[in-house]
Design a protein around this ligand. Structure first.
Ligand code: KIV
Ligand code: ZN
Length: 512
């Protein structure tokens, strides 16, 4: 029987994933995600781009200092100053600290973006790898836009960086352009034409612009790649990256014909997915494979009938195998803190006692209003109490008057940098009046691009959840707020977005 190949999972949720519009995370949020990635047992966590900003640097350093199992990678351009700065943050992970350096090898990128000749790119790549090697033996090199590169030139670069000491060579489909058959051939070409290719692991990194990131990654491992770069929920630049949960579950579910394994603890996939949604405010669509709300829901009568006879009729993997548990918290208003904490832990949340106390008070208040508390309600409570980021703006009170005959008026009191401020505004409905009052008090220049409201669970007593998208210049953020009162949820979402925008601007004030 053929030997099973272990595919290394390189998770880039905290780097490429963070490049998703609106997905920016602060240091604590990144650390929380990194802890969940550790539980998932990924092989590598790409923690950020250390030279990009002081915030990114601190996040990489903190993760390198805290996380014990996986390797910790930091992205660095093929420039000596990037690599020096990268290692400053990564050194705390010791041998697990991986310098990931890259430069583009496609004609389009070399000519228009880098304005460099191929020979100069080759030289920069080798120098970067040698510099990285002076710090650590754990060095990855990426040929950015590999798929649109001249194969002969790329083979030369790959051979040279392996000679210089790269232990992993990554062949990214940076623009999500390739298709499985073509990608397979590119990996085979390198296997067959680079003399020292077996001295390094081939990695692949696929973007999802044509919806093929997962399929292309599968094709690449069939051609000999042994590391796959992916993100939770498939978040990432533009249309995102290869979705970690989809890739991993394909290997597990089709082990009958795919002779590969990963080290992932698949029962941690659902907690990882919901934690990321809670932290970023970016929900997965209901029909998303593996982690979407409908992924294990059987609607048609004929399907339900088959499922009752034997689950294998319509179920190719079990909900339990991806960590999906019965989602009704069978606790009511008389439930204790212990049971509440247990449920949060089952959902993948580890929160300190101070936050737990606040969340528990919210839970109790909600249990007074609602008969059943669902996991989604808990996500909303945790999101509200935990992942607030820097709180420049705080909501104190709102009062609205409205009705079919009244002009909607909102009186909002906030604290800005701990100073109380208050105003009243008229609006086209109570939400509009509330948002105008907050806009006036905060003096924000950001544009409210999107406002969506939904109920987290069923029933008129459900928690309402509001998501807003704010843009100022090149910065986009998503804010989320929840409450059984939809006006309050709207105000919280707007204020949450303002806080995220403020901390994003501070973090990136020293960008490359
Ligand atoms: O998409 C890409 O090419 C990247 C590299 C920096 C690995 O993200
Ligand atoms: Zn990428």
């Amino acid at each position: 029987m053929a030997k099973t190949t272990i595919i290394r999972i390189f998770d880039t949720t905290l780097r490429d994933g963070e490049q998703s519009p609106g997905a920016s995370m602060n240091i604590d949020e990144k650390l929380r995600i990194a802890k969940q990635l550790e539980k998932l047992n990924v092989d590598v966590i790409e923690a950020g781009f250390p030279i990009a900003s002081q915030g990114d640097f601190e996040a990489v350093r903190k993760i390198a200092q805290t996380i014990k199992g996986p390797d910790i990678a930091g992205l660095c351009r093929a420039q000596l100053k990037d690599i020096d700065r990268g290692w400053e943050a990564l050194q705390y992970a010791g041998e697990r600290g991986r310098i990931h350096t890259f430069i583009a090898t496609s004609d389009i990128h070399m000519k228009y973006k880098l304005k460099m000749k191929p020979a100069e790119v080759l030289d920069a790549a080798v120098k970067a790898v040698k510099r990285a090697k002076s710090y650590t033996s754990n060095v990855e090199f990426s040929c950015e836009d590999a798929v649109r590169s001249n194969l002969k030139f790329m083979a030369e670069v790959v051979g040279s960086v392996i000679d210089a000491g790269a232990t992993v060579v990554n062949i990214p489909d940076t623009v999500g352009y390739t298709i499985p058959f073509e990608y397979y051939n590119i990996i085979r070409y390198l296997k067959e034409n680079v003399a020292n290719i077996d001295d390094a692991i081939i990695s692949v990194h696929c973007h999802n612009d044509l919806g093929l990131a997962v399929a292309n990654s599968i094709s690449a491992i069939q051609a000999g790649a042994e590391q796959v770069e992916c993100t939770i929920n498939g978040i990432g630049e533009r249309a995102g990256n290869c979705s970690l949960e989809e890739f991993v579950m394909i290997l597990k579910t089709r082990s009958d014909i795919l002779n590969f394994k990963t080290n992932i603890v698949t029962e941690q996939l659902t907690p990882a997915s919901r934690l990321l949604s809670t932290v970023t405010g970016i929900h997965v669509q209901p029909n998303k494979a593996i982690v979407g709300a409908n992924a294990f829901a059987h609607e048609a009568g004929i399907h339900q009938h088959g499922m009752l006879m034997d689950k294998s009729t319509y179920e190719i993997m079990t909900p339990e195998s991806v960590g999906l548990k019965n989602n009704i918290l069978v606790l009511g208003k008389h439930s204790g803190r212990h049971a509440f904490k247990n449920r949060l832990q089952e959902l993948g949340y580890e929160i300190d006692d101070e936050i737990l106390n606040k969340a528990f008070i919210r839970f109790k208040a909600l249990a007074d209003l609602k008969k059943e508390i669902f996991d989604e309600d808990l996500d909303a409570i945790v999101a509200d109490e935990t992942y607030k980021g820097d709180e420049k703006y705080k909501l104190s009170h709102i009062t609205v008057t409205c009705g079919s005959f009244a002009v909607a008026t909102a009186t909002v009191q906030m604290e800005i940098d701990d100073h109380p401020v208050r105003t009243a505004e008229l609006g086209d409905g109570p939400v509009d009046a509330t948002m105008k009052a907050i806009e006036k008090l905060s003096k924000t220049k950001a544009k409210l691009q999107q406002y969506t409201v939904g109920s987290i669970t069923g029933g008129t007593d459900a928690i309402g959840e509001v998501t807003v998208r704010l843009t100022e210049g090149t910065n986009t953020v998503i804010g989320r707020g929840s409450s059984t009162d939809i006006i309050e949820a709207s105000a919280k979402a707007y204020i949450n977005a303002l806080n995220r925008l403020h901390s994003k601007k501070e973090r990136y004030s020293e960008s490359v």
